[in-house]
Design a protein around this ligand. Structure first.
Ligand code: CA
Length: 224
């Protein structure tokens, strides 16, 4: 036995799901519909949705924001974990993807607590910074990787102290350690990962779930 994180082969991954996944039928239906779409690999893994929902409950979250909603799985998993008066802000650019999302949010009975903000995320985030700074409990970043660093800064402003930022795809299919891969997205992920290690504004953990999920908890401000 080694003390490193256990690699999961298919059989062990299936076992993990079989003894722990509690996915509501509407989430399963959404996941299965999305699996047939062209960009299906942009959907988060079901155990990751459950993990994020667990974190929301753990910190008593009421306000959740995500940058990159796709077909709505993460927003739905999180909306279902929030209390009655909880609110979700879901940012995306695609009418087509979020039309699927809206259908399932309606079906699950949580559409009323989800604000879909279509358009350029940078613009939407700037507006929210002006009106809602310090009010969010949890921010999930899962959109264009070249803007990750900017989204992270925005998320820090939007969060209350003790709030959590979750950043998706931080292992990027393993290409973060392949020096021959030098496209803008991969480089942006590498740079953010490296910068977060010494960013003392946050507590840090990189969880090897899905494609790698970094958790950063906003520390109480002492120096600014
Ligand atoms: Ca993702």
């Amino acid at each position: 036995m080694s003390n490193r994180t256990l690699p999961l082969d298919d059989a062990l991954y299936d076992y993990l799901l079989s003894v722990s996944l509690r996915e509501s039928p509407v989430l399963t239906a959404l996941r299965e519909e999305t699996a047939h779409m062209e960009m299906a690999n942009m959907q988060i893994a079901p155990e990751q949705g459950q993990f994020m929902a667990f974190l929301l409950r753990l910190i008593g979250a009421k306000r959740y924001l995500e940058v990159g909603a796709f077909t709505g799985y993460s927003a739905l998993a999180c909306a279902l974990a929030l209390p009655e008066d909880g609110e979700v802000y879901a940012l995306d650019t695609s009418e087509e993807w979020t039309a699927v999302a809206r259908r399932y949010w309606e079906e699950a009975g949580v559409a009323g607590r989800i604000h879909l903000e279509l358009g350029d995320a940078t613009t939407t985030l700037a507006k929210l910074e002006a009106s809602d700074a310090g009010t969010f409990d949890f921010v999930f970043i899962d959109a264009d990787k070249t803007a990750y660093a900017a989204y992270f800064e925005s998320a820090l402003k939007l969060l209350r102290p003790g709030g959590v930022i979750a950043i998706d795809n931080v292992l990027w299919g393993g290409s973060v350690i392949d020096a021959s891969v030098t496209d803008d997205e991969t480089c942006a992920i590498r740079e953010l990962n490296a910068a977060l290690l010494t960013d003392n504004r946050v507590d840090l953990s990189l969880v090897p779930i899905g494609d790698g999920l970094t958790l950063a908890r906003k520390c109480s401000m002492t120096s600014d």
